[in-house]
Design a binder for this molecule. Sequence first.
Ligand code: PEP
Length: 252
Amino acid sequence: MRRPFIAGNWKMNLDRAAAIALAEGLVKHSEGKVGVDLAVCPPSVYLDAVGRVIAGSKIALGAQNVYHEANGAYTGEISVAMLQDLGCKYVILGHSERRHVLGETDAAINKKVHAALKGGLVPIVCVGELLEEREASKTLEVIRRQFDGSLAGVSEAQMKTLVIAYEPVWAIGTGKVATPAQAEEVHLDLRKILQERYNKGVAEAVRIQYGGSVKPDNAAELLAQPDIDGALVGGASLKVDQFLGIAAGAPK
Ligand code: PEP
């Protein structure tokens, strides 16, 4: 049985005071929430402050990106060890905004995945098709290409610890959510890819989140799908009641 996992991607939002207030609200109102794993991924400059607020709570800390090198002359980048120093457990990798706005390639994502795994961070690896790719019936082709490129060389043991997020790009921040059937179809495809590339045990173990305009009013139906194991939430993760409302929709 895969435990539902709801993660909030705060992106480049909030200021320090608002980030702390959001974290405080989440800690206060998440007490007693059982059966679901929760994480927040604030902007890197607020990781320390938010980490202090959520320390000892049931909310884990995640980063939105990392660099693959351990240290050195990489101006502006942040290493796996630095994130661990701040108490991070997770790191989002290959988010569509990094792929499509910032030009990150599967090869670059793959280096980051290996660095994160080697250093003990759990990668949340995002895959997802553009609207034109879906309309051209290329969704599965894109998912396979991103899977094979971003996750090349990941061992069976490592794969079991990793989280995949299926995020159709046309549904991110647009209010256009994939229907539960559309999302489930791709999640099932991802599980088939896991079985082909690894085995049934891996396919059954890996948690696959859905992301793309998840809100409290659509979460339960999405999360009830057999191959959807949680959500990666953008906009709705910036409000305590919405983020925890989504978590409340996870099957018990
Ligand atoms: C995201 O950024 O990963 C995301 C899913 O955003 P939103 O929930 O706002 O669509």
